[in-house]
Design a binder for this molecule. Structure first.
Ligand code: ZN
Length: 266
């Protein structure tokens, strides 16, 4: 007989992670979100009533809220996650600990951008939310203002966007690069299995997907996060000390792309 170890406890964090996922995932990623696969994808940004297809928000990742926790400082309220992050940051500055600095950077808010898009070849799936980093956002703004292109989102003569996504060899995070296709096209191709009316009726309210939690709720998220961190720390100490990371700098925004794709993936 092979002797087996008896396990006495369930890892509640794993169960919590399951709860977060309930009702949110389906085949091919979270419904209503653009889930980029490695390689090339084509999307078309949809125009909207406010006349500006972009939405930007300040989000905390890595604190147990899968899609990102909206930072209350962006509405002039106190944000305990920011306070905690900056405390860690200052602690790292004093001690010179790279590990603490990484922890601080993981949870400090990231500026995140969104637009409603149609995925080429999957028009009948309706509009989807595409989330991207500041780097991608700046490229897109540049194309909108470039006289060679102009209004990429124009329904009749806009431009599709080519997205190249993936992790290159030796890179820690996946990168996303965008460029407009060189020819204009209509938002929906001839023979599309969805009408413009159906498409716009089904537009997901992006702001509505990221509602602000109350100060009390944010406090609760932070407490849970700190609790899970100290549990992790305890289990790590059992398995031996984890090595300090190397002092490489990560380009801003790339980790955010990964966070988004993890959010919308299966
Ligand atoms: Zn904050």
């Amino acid at each position: 007989m092979v002797k087996k170890n008896i396990v006495y406890k369930t890892n509640l964090e794993a169960i919590r992670a399951r709860k977060e996922k309930v009702g949110k995932t389906g085949k091919g990623g979270k419904k209503g979100y653009l889930n980029l696969k490695d390689g090339i994808s084509y999307v078309r940004i949809m125009p909207n009533e406010k006349g500006d297809p972009f939405y930007d928000m300040s989000l905390h990742y890595n604190v147990g809220v899968r899609s990102g926790l909206r930072c209350l400082r962006s509405i002039e309220k106190a944000c305990v996650v920011c306070d905690f992050g900056w405390d860690l940051y200052n602690e790292a500055k004093d001690s010179g600990s790279k590990k603490t600095l990484d922890r601080a950077r993981d949870i400090l808010p990231k500026q995140r951008y969104f637009a409603n898009v149609v995925e080429r070849g999957k028009e009948e799936e309706g509009s989807k939310i595409w989330g991207f980093s500041e780097t991608v956002y700046e490229s897109l703004i540049g194309f909108f203002l470039d006289p060679d292109y102009g209004d990429l989102a124009d329904i009749d003569q806009g431009f599709d966007i080519k997205i190249i996504y993936g992790k290159k060899k030796d890179e820690r995070f996946a990168t996303t690069t965008v460029s407009p296709r060189p020819k204009t096209s209509t938002l929906l191709p001839k023979g599309a299995k969805i009408t413009l009316e159906e498409l716009f009726d089904g537009v997901v309210d992006i702001e509505g997907q990221f509602v602000y939690k109350s100060e009390e709720e944010v406090e609760e998220v932070l407490q849970k996060f700190i609790q899970s961190q100290s549990e992790d720390e305890a289990s790590r100490n059992d398995d031996g000390e984890e090595g300090e990371g190397e002092g490489e700098e990560e380009p801003e925004g790339k980790d955010v792309e990964d966070a988004w794709n993890e959010t919308v993936a299966d």
